[in-house]
Design a protein around this ligand. Structure first.
Ligand code: GDD
Ligand code: MG
Length: 353
């Protein structure tokens, strides 16, 4: 599982925690992914870490609590996606022709992993890629295939994509093919390994699965994914409570007349004041939302304080930041950790006049 990226698009949330450790529906993204792997019968996972590596082991330890044997391998200098995969090769325990499953660590998906692995074995492919159709493929790896599922090309983040089928960030490699990735230097599996395999005539197969899929790499996707887990649109056996309109973690205090909806999560020890409306939002542990505040589609960092009557829509508030009353923030605005927005200092106006 590749979990070593910097999570740049999720800054400032990723200044204190690596992206795969940010909580969606109350537990780290990685916990949902590990549960999915375990449910498919995978019993040994190596986490390829780099940025903020220590955070993973502190949380998951040897994996006994999640029911998987976990190992950690840390890249001192990030080796990229392909380099990260190659770097764990000698920890694998299977035979040279056996399948190894690789996951990007920031994806929620309903893919039937067993079916992906079976397809890989049935076709005898060198590598099998999970492919998914999206409306706008420009931010992803684009993967045209033949009608019988052979990959023709791999185009990472291309401005004029020839198809809507994208690389969904989950692969099955034959172990010997994985071991042929050059060791000891940065390699991009998307820009170097896949195009190289195709140029050499390797059998690269695509497995199309159009069940739930979301890359959590942007703030908007992050809140969407969390809400989909809470409401059950994306099923997960790692969910720390029953599916519903909202998820309130232990120790949180929500006023009786506050309204939580559309998959909102209220983190442990967080507070929501009287008359507040919190919709499709993630409140990290210890965050607090004041009376009559209106918060929609936003992420509120750990211990951040949102004042009375504040309006937030589609914003990210960093850990420990404070937004005093009389502010209205919208449209992707990001407040950095510990920052203080004084009373009445920002008021969004829809015509920007
Ligand atoms: N160990 C390690 N080392 N992991 C890394 C490194 C590294 O140097 N760089 C990135 N990762 C991890 C990230 O933590 C993340 O879990 C995963 O690799 C993918 O990196 P992202 O930064 O999220 O890439 P992306 O979303 O722009 O694109 C990738 O994912 C898309 C699907 O979500 C590509 O694989 C695209 O082709 C794909 O469509
Ligand atoms: Mg990503």
């Amino acid at each position: 599982m590749l979990v070593g990226g910097q999570g740049t698009r999720l800054r400032p949330l990723t200044m204190s925690a690596p992206k795969p450790m940010l909580p969606v529906a109350g537990v780290p993204v990685t916990a949902h992914m590990l549960a999915r792997a375990r449910d498919a019968g995978i019993d040994h996972v190596i986490l390829a870490t780099s940025y903020r590596a220590e955070v993973f082991e502190q949380y998951f330890g040897d994996g006994s609590e999640v029911g998987i044997e976990l190992e950690y391998i840390t890249e001192v200098e990030p080796l990229g996606t392909g380099g990260g995969i190659r770097n764990v090769a000698d920890r694998l325990r299977c035979g040279a022709d056996d399948p190894v499953v690789i996951f990007n660590g920031d994806v929620l998906s309903g893919l039937d992993l067993g079916a992906l692995i079976r397809r890989h074995s049935d076709t005898g492919a060198d590598v099998t890629l999970h492919l998914h159709e999206v409306e706008d493929p420009r931010a992803f790896g684009v993967v045209p295939v033949t009608p019988d599922g052979r990959v023709l090309e791999f185009l990472e983040k291309t401005p004029d994509p020839p198809t809507n089928l994208i690389n969904a960030g989950c692969y099955v490699f034959r172990r010997s093919v994985l071991e042929a990735i050059p060791a000891g230097r940065p390699v991009s599996v998307e820009r170097e390994t896949f195009p190289g395999l195709l140029a050499d005539g390797a059998h690269v197969a695509g497995y199309i699965d159009n069940t739930y899929w979301l890359d959590l790499g942007t703030p908007a996707a992050f809140v969407q994914g969390s809400a989909d887990l809470v409401t059950g649109r994306m099923p997960s056996s790692a969910l720390p409570g029953p599916v519903g309109e909202s998820l309130v973690l232990p120790g949180a205090v929500v006023a009786a007349d506050a309204k939580l909806g559309n998959g909102t999560t209220v983190g442990a020890g967080a507070r929501v004041g009287p008359g507040a409306v919190v919709d499709a939002t993630v409140l990290f542990d210890g965050a607090s939302v004041g009376a009559r505040a209106q918060v929609t589609g936003s992420v509120i960092g750990r211990d951040a304080i949102i004042g009375e009557g504040v309006v937030l829509d589609g914003v990210v508030i960093g850990d420990g930041a404070r937004v005093e009353p009389g502010n209205e923030l919208r449209d992707g605005l990001r407040v950095f950790p510990g920052a203080v927005l004084a009373a009445g200092s920002v008021r969004f106006s829809s015509d920007r006049s």
